[in-house]
Design a protein around this ligand. Structure first.
Ligand code: CP
Length: 360
């Protein structure tokens, strides 16, 4: 059964099909108003959300289907100790498809070990957020008319910001993409994203700490929030919260056709006056999230009987004495073997749940 755990579960052709389906939905809403009559989507949100959960629910309703679920772990039996895998098994009895958000990295990959219905990762800790990426790709396509030949600035918390990890994984498969990674050193893009996705795909990128030096070069500026909930202390978070603030002054040297994006919610990183700049597209981006999630639900229901495809090479998966070094990885909480895949360098093993390097 096909699931959507990461953007790498989709080929470039499949990504393009979903984008085009979303475009057709935007143009022909009536045609899709009953295509999910009698179907149910379960939204299992163990972590807060406004856009992702509500856009998933609105998406299913606009397809004619129904929704059920919970919006916090405390109102589910997770609070009594039920595992993610068991939760998914049980919810499979009540729903045709699951959208799951969880604070532990790799939780949706645990869910598919027991689920009898397709599972969509709606954000797993600081790891991935593939439906946000599909939202971002639809937004870029609608604004620029293409997904190649772009210089993309990613700005803010690139360490814990799962949306930028997923976006890199998707965009590094298009041609002539350049990334400008703008962050304080402490919040830099994780090594596995740089080595496994950027460098191994020959993608040009630079890392800088000052937005002013690079803003004029960008076609896309993707702002992100510093992820307060992932810091060890409030003090540490406050040290970085206002690292980058985009205001009209900073935009003076930017291109006239720059597209300013943000997965939202925003805290201080974009001033309110920027909202009225025609280059600001983050509210359109949030609306695109509903259309692309309609396309994703329809596509996964259509693919229900196809085998799950992923970029993980099963022949390179091991589960011996290695241990995942990431304290937020689901493999350190739920029973079952740790599993690692040998990277292309033939030396490094990475956790299949969170992609962190293995430890002996
Ligand atoms: N962009 C995003 O994931 O927003 P929510 O946390 O509100 O779902």
């Amino acid at each position: 059964m096909r699931h959507l755990l990461d953007t790498t579960d989709l080929t470039v052709e499949e990504i393009d099909q979903i984008i085009h389906l979303a475009m057709d939905i935007i143009e022909n809403k009536e045609k899709y108003a009953h295509v999910c009559d009698g179907k149910k989507l379960a939204t299992l949100f163990f972590e807060p959300s406004t856009r992702t959960r509500l856009s998933f629910e609105a998406a299913m309703m606009e397809l004619g289907g129904n929704v059920l679920g919970f919006s916090e772990a405390s109102s589910s039996s997770a609070s009594k100790g039920e595992t993610v895998a068991d939760t998914a098994k049980i919810v499979s009895c009540y729903a045709d498809i699951i959208a799951m958000r969880h604070p532990r990295e790799g939780a949706p990959r645990k869910a598919i070990t027991k689920s009898d219905v397709p599972v969509i990762n709606a954000g797993d800790g600081g790891h991935s957020h593939p439906t946000q990426t599909m939202t971002d790709l639809l937004t870029i396509y609608r604004e620029k008319g293409r997904l190649d030949n772009l210089t993309i600035g990613l700005c803010g918390d690139l360490k814990f910001g799962r949306t930028v990890h997923s976006l890199v994984k998707a965009m590094c498969r298009y041609s002539n993409i350049k990334f400008v990674l703008i962050s304080p050193k402490e919040l830099a893009m994780p090594d596995y994203v740089k080595t496994h996705y950027l460098e191994e795909n020959g993608i040009e990128y630079v890392e800088v700490e000052d937005m002013d030096d690079v803003i004029a070069d960008l076609d896309i500026l993707y702002m992100t929030r510093v992820q307060g909930e992932r810091f060890a202390s409030q003090e540490e978070y406050m040290k970085h919260r206002d690292a980058f603030i985009l205001d009209l002054d900073k935009l003076k040297t930017a291109k006239e056709d720059l597209t300013i994006m943000h997965p939202l919610p925003r805290i201080t990183e974009i001033t309110l006056e920027v909202d009225d700049d025609p280059r600001a597209k983050y509210f359109e981006q949030a609306l695109n999230g509903k259309y692309v999630r309609m396309a994703i639900i329809l596509t996964l229901l259509k693919w229900k009987d196809e085998p799950y495809t992923t970029n993980i090479d099963e022949s390179k998966v091991v589960s011996d004495e290695l241990k995942c070094s990431n304290p937020h990885c689901i493999s350190n909480f739920e029973t079952g073997k740790h599993k690692f895949v040998l990277a292309d360098d033939n030396e490094t093993y990475r956790c299949i749940y969170c992609e962190t390097k293995a430890e002996r």
